[in-house]
Design a protein around this ligand. Structure first.
Ligand SMILES: [Mg+2]
Ligand SMILES: [Zn+2]
Length: 212
C-alpha cells in the first residue's frame, strides 16, 4: 500500500453549520449553512473518506458534556446522510488552550489520528475551514488547505496570510471549496472559482491569494 488515498477534512462550525461566538452547546443552536448539505452530498460522490475535525473546548470549559456533543453529531450525521452525504468519522478536541494537547487546531493531531486509523495519505488530502487554525492544521501535515469566507473566515484571512503566505487557497463557502476539490481530483490546478473572483471584483493570484 504505497499509494494510500487522501481524504477530505472539514471543520464544523462556520463550514457545515453557522458559527456562534457562544459555542453550539445543544442541537437547538445548530443551523446548517445554506447549501452545505448539497455540498456534502457532492463531496461524498468523490469517494474519498470525509472527516470532521472540530475544536470543542466548550466541553472542558464545562459548558457542554461529551454526551451532548455526541448527540449533536448523531443528529447532524442523520440529516447529512438523508441528504445523500456521508461522514466517515467525527473527531473533536475537547481541550482548552492551556491544556497543551496535540489535537487542538492549529495542531494536526486529529488529522494524524484519522490517518493512522484509516490509512490516509495526508499529503493527498484537503483541509477546509473558516479559521487560520484550520489552515494551520492542514499545513502542518502537507494537506491542501482551503479557507472559507463563511463563519469567521473574513476575519481569518489576514492571520492566515501572515502565517502561511501563499500556502492556502480561499473559497466563498463549502460549495465553492467543493468545486475546487473536484477540479483538483480531476487533475486540474486548484484555482479560485469565478464566484470568489466576482465577489471581490478583482483577479486573484493563481494560488488563490487575494487582497481584501
Ligand atoms: Mg470553524
Ligand atoms: Zn485536544
Amino acid at each position: 500500500m504505497t499509494h494510500t488515498q487522501g481524504a477530505i477534512f472539514l471543520d464544523r462550525d462556520g463550514v457545515i453549520n453557522e458559527n456562534s461566538a457562544e459555542h453550539i452547546k445543544s442541537w437547538d443552536e445548530f443551523t446548517f449553512i445554506p447549501g452545505a448539505l448539497d455540498s456534502l452530498r457532492d463531496l461524498a460522490q468523490t469517494g474519498l473518506p470525509i472527516f470532521i475535525v472540530t475544536n470543542q473546548a466548550a466541553v472542558n470549559r464545562g459548558m457542554m458534556s461529551h454526551e451532548t456533543l455526541d448527540d449533536i453529531h448523531r443528529r447532524m450525521i442523520a440529516i447529512i446522510e438523508e441528504a445523500g452525504g456521508r461522514i466517515t468519522k467525527v473527531y473533536y478536541c475537547p481541550h482548552d488552550n492551556h491544556e497543551g494537547c496535540e489535537c487542538r487546531k492549529p495542531g494536526s493531531g486529529m488529522l494524524k489520528q484519522a490517518a493512522a486509523e484509516f490509512g490516509i495519505n495526508l499529503k493527498e488530502s484537503f483541509m477546509v475551514g473558516d479559521a487560520w487554525t484550520d489552515v494551520g492544521a492542514g499545513f502542518g501535515v502537507g494537506a491542501r488547505s482551503i479557507l472559507l469566507l463563511t463563519g469567521r473566515g473574513r476575519w481569518n484571512f489576514a492571520p492566515a496570510w501572515n502565517r502561511f503566505g501563499l500556502n492556502f487557497a480561499a473559497a466563498c463557502d463549502i460549495a465553492d471549496a467543493t468545486t475546487m476539490i473536484r477540479a483538483a481530483l480531476a487533475g486540474h490546478p486548484m484555482e479560485s472559482t469565478a464566484r470568489l473572483r466576482n465577489a471581490f471584483h478583482m483577479a486573484l493570484h493563481p494560488r488563490e491569494a487575494l487582497v481584501l
